[in-house]
Design a protein around this ligand. Structure first.
Ligand code: DC
Length: 226
């Protein structure tokens, strides 16, 4: 396992199925970073609202105030807890959550709640003695950690992304979600300033992980490899 001395923050942004999770998990394991999947935060809030019978148009503030977000680390992974209970991943990836999550994630009051929670993950990673933090999502390099030590933006063509979701057995309208995520007023999906763009469709997962590890430790890489 590689170790560097200074605690570093890596932001990984990109559309649905662009390779963020697989890449972040692999890099976290090699460099002993804490991995945070912020999509799971929006999915957990969406799940809680659905279960409470609340639509995105409903007044949500009181419900959001009463909802407690927490973290349990399992290996390198910072997993989301709702009101003290770990949420199983399968509950976050149902068709109902897939269809509703971009609508809830567009709401300023949802984003505000989640933002404070996400920024606090850096202190948790330090407390748990990780070498750094790798956080993936849609606005990590632009809003949550604009001063991240390394900012990445992953992309892949639509056919590659659709094939990835199919392989995972998921029913997920990824292009529709991307459109909603790019069009929203609060913290839209964009390429953050200073981000390095990697086309994950051009490489195997192992190659993308190797590239990011090289960038993290500060080794020069060939731009044509991106
Ligand atoms: O990464 P994912 O597909 O699990 O994310 C689910 C949704 O959550 C995505 O369509 C938009 C929203 N999201 C967001 O708005 N901002 C983030 N930082 C992460 C996810």
């Amino acid at each position: 396992m590689c170790q560097t001395t200074a605690f570093k923050i890596v932001s990984v942004d990109g559309g649905a199925a662009s390779g963020k999770s697989s890449t972040s998990r692999g890099v976290a394991a090699q460099l002993n970073l804490m991995h945070v999947d912020t999509g799971s935060h929006y999915r957990a809030v969406t799940l809680a609202c659905i279960e409470a019978g609340l639509a995105p148009e409903a007044p949500l503030q009181a419900f959001l105030d009463s909802l407690e977000l927490g973290t349990q680390t399992i290996g390198n992974s910072a997993r989301i807890c709702l009101n003290g209970a770990l949420v199983e991943d399968s509950r976050l990836r149902t068709d109902a959550v897939n269809a509703a999550v971009s609508h809830f994630a567009a709401l300023p009051q949802v984003r505000e709640k989640v933002k404070q929670f996400q920024r606090a993950q850096a202190a948790l990673a330090r407390k748990e003695s990780f070498a750094g933090l790798i956080m993936e999502g849609r606005d990590i390099g632009s809003v949550i950690f604009p001063d991240a030590d390394l900012k990445l933006y992953l992309q892949a063509d639509e056919a590659t992304r659709a094939a990835r979701r199919k392989e995972e057995g998921q029913n997920d309208a990824i292009s529709k979600r991307d459109e909603l995520d790019k069009a929203r007023k609060t913290a839209p999906l964009t390429i953050p300033e200073g981000a390095i763009v990697i086309n994950t469709g051009k490489h195997s997962l192992e190659e993308v992980i190797r590239l990011v590890v090289e960038l993290y430790v500060g080794n020069p890489i060939n731009p044509s490899d991106l």
